[in-house]
Design a protein around this ligand. Structure first.
Ligand SMILES: Nc1ncnc2c1ncn2[C@@H]1O[C@H](COP(=O)(O)OP(=O)(O)OP(=O)(O)O)[C@@H](O)[C@H]1O
Ligand SMILES: [Mg+2]
Length: 476
């Protein structure tokens, strides 16, 4: 026995004994193509996102992800006092498209990595081309890398949009190594990659668009932007479920995530910041898609209310805060007798759970028996709003359709509703009231607790409410 212990080889000595050829050079992992979850063994169902048959075997070479390759590598990290860091070019680049600049928090920050996601054909390439043209017109040298379209196709679009500044360079390429080399030699001020799913690194064996390729490409581009200070925009596709296709982890790596959304049947497109390290989130920019490209909509409230029917039951106007900006939207409800045992609830543009909660409050506190009614709700113009401050407006719209009575002329309704039917204070009341007044409304229902802290304004009547039943008495 003692002899055996003495002779037993240790693990490290055993590994040293294996010749180099036998050592596995590449580690393979199974990677969920939906969410990026990694596992050493194949699985049928992803334990993270719950999707079936999404695991694909991918080769992963260690070292590349850490940026140990030549070219754009990370500098050896040393800790420095924060005040000693020089901020030489802290100013932001503006594109001249005000809606776009505002969503970014006031322009493009040098060294930032921005992800723009959106449905196919929503206008991501159009927006990028117009923004780059704006930058090029201001003397910045910009590079647009397209992995999806040929340079001729890009030229055709640029001709249609009249975006053909001499400082804008375009290239059709998908090999990341070549792109990085091109950036190194050309030194553009801003880089756009359209789209990140088409980029591939020849070092990885997996196909372009797979999670490890997308992650590797994004990581290399992040190192590029942080090291050189070049702002990089990544265009990303969105899956059917609405997440940026492939890796959700991309959202953690970038500084800013913008979603370009909108109904393709509507001409309006909304650019929304869902994450921003340099500005407020939920900021939105509104655009209109035209033959000659995207046009800014400077006054979205006017646009969203333009087709509002006068004195129609089920229609209520309210003010929603989108980032730092108030926007007036029209909520529409239709409550009709149901022919099913369980009534239908179809809610577009609002949170269905919130509406279900408010309907329950209406049943209990207002005695409106909506159980026998189908309920359909919509926000006019294809906008999505999700804020507790719209609760009273949702209840008013449903009640208006249920009673088949329009609410009183010229009213705007604001306030959050609690489960006992009380109306609670909301944020940014004064900004919302100012927008309301600007749009020509003369009466505003606001929570009583907010009213106490507001100075009376000329030209608009502010009415404080404590409960939803008080609101109903005033409105109908
Ligand atoms: N001649 C035209 N007139 C008006 N609108 C046009 C015209 N050509 C294209 N469009 C609009 O531009 C949209 C396509 O824009 P764009 O190619 O920028 O979208 P994308 O989001 O980049 O698409 P993809 O996902 O395919 O890359 C179309 O859906 C259409 O609304
Ligand atoms: Mg495109």
């Amino acid at each position: 026995m003692a002899w055996y212990i003495f002779m037993r080889p240790t693990i490290s000595s055993a590994l040293n004994a294996i010749p180099d050829i036998v050592k596995k050079p590449i580690k393979t992992i199974f990677c969920c193509q939906n969410c990026g979850y990694q596992t050493p063994k194949w699985m049928g169902k992803c334990p993270d996102c719950g999707q079936w048959h999404t695991f694909v075997e991918e080769a992963l070479t260690i070292g590349e992800i850490r940026g140990t390759k030549p070219g754009f590598t990370v500098a050896p990290a040393t800790a420095v006092p924060i005040h000693s860091i020089e901020l030489d070019n802290e100013e932001r680049h503006t594109t001249g498209i005000q809606e776009f600049d505002r969503v970014l928090g006031g322009g493009i920050v040098p060294g930032s990595l921005v992800l723009i996601g959106g449905d196919p054909g929503i206008g991501k390439s159009t927006l990028m081309l117009q923004a780059l043209n704006g930058l090029a017109g201001r003397g910045h040298k910009v590079l647009y890398v397209s992995g999806e379209e040929s340079v001729r196709q890009l030229r055709m679009r640029s001709k249609r949009l009249s975006a053909a500044s001499s400082d804008m360079f375009v290239v059709s390429e998908t090999d990341l190594e070549l792109i990085l080399r091109m950036v190194e030699s050309n030194h553009p001020d801003v880089l756009v990659i359209d789209s990140i799913q088409t980029m591939f690194s020849p070092d990885l064996t997996s196909a372009p668009g797979s999670v490890s390729q997308v992650r590797e490409s994004a990581m290399r581009l992040m190192l590029l932007s942080k090291k050189t200070g070049i702002p990089v925009f990544l265009v990303g596709h969105v899956t059917k479920e609405g997440a940026i296709a492939g890796p959700r982890l991309l959202e953690h790596m970038v500084d800013t995530v913008l979603y370009f959304e909108g109904d393709r049947n509507h001409v309006f497109r909304i650019l929304r910041a869902v994450k921003n390290r340099f500005g407020s989130t939920n900021e939105i920019g509104v655009f209109e898609m035209k033959e000659r490209g995207l046009d800014e909509v400077a006054n979205p409230s006017a646009v969203f209310l333009s087709e509002r029917p006068a004195n129609a039951p089920g229609s209520v106007v309210t003010a929603s805060m989108e980032g730092t900006r108030p926007i007036l939207v029209e909520l529409q409800a239709l409550a009709g007798n149901t022919s099913f045992a369980t009534p239908r609830r179809t809610i577009l543009g609002l949170d269905p759970n919130r509406v279900a909660l408010l309907v329950a409050i209406m049943e209990k506190k207002l005695g409106m028996h909506l159980m026998g009614h189908d309920l359909f709700m919509n926000v006019a113009g294809g906008v999505k709003v999700d804020e507790p401050a719209l609760d009273t407006a949702i209840i008013s719209a449903v009640a208006s359709s249920f009673l088949d009575k329009s609410i009183r002329e010229g009213f705007i309704v604001l306030g959050e509703v609690g489960l006992t039917g009380e109306v609670r204070a909301i944020s940014h009341v004064e900004t919302r009231i100012a927008e309301t007044q600007k749009m020509g409304f003369r009466k505003c229902l606001i929570p009583q607790s907010n009213l106490k802290r507001i100075v009376e304004k000329e030209g608009i009547e502010l009415i404080g409410i404590r409960t939803v039943s008080e609101a109903m008495e005033i409105l109908f």
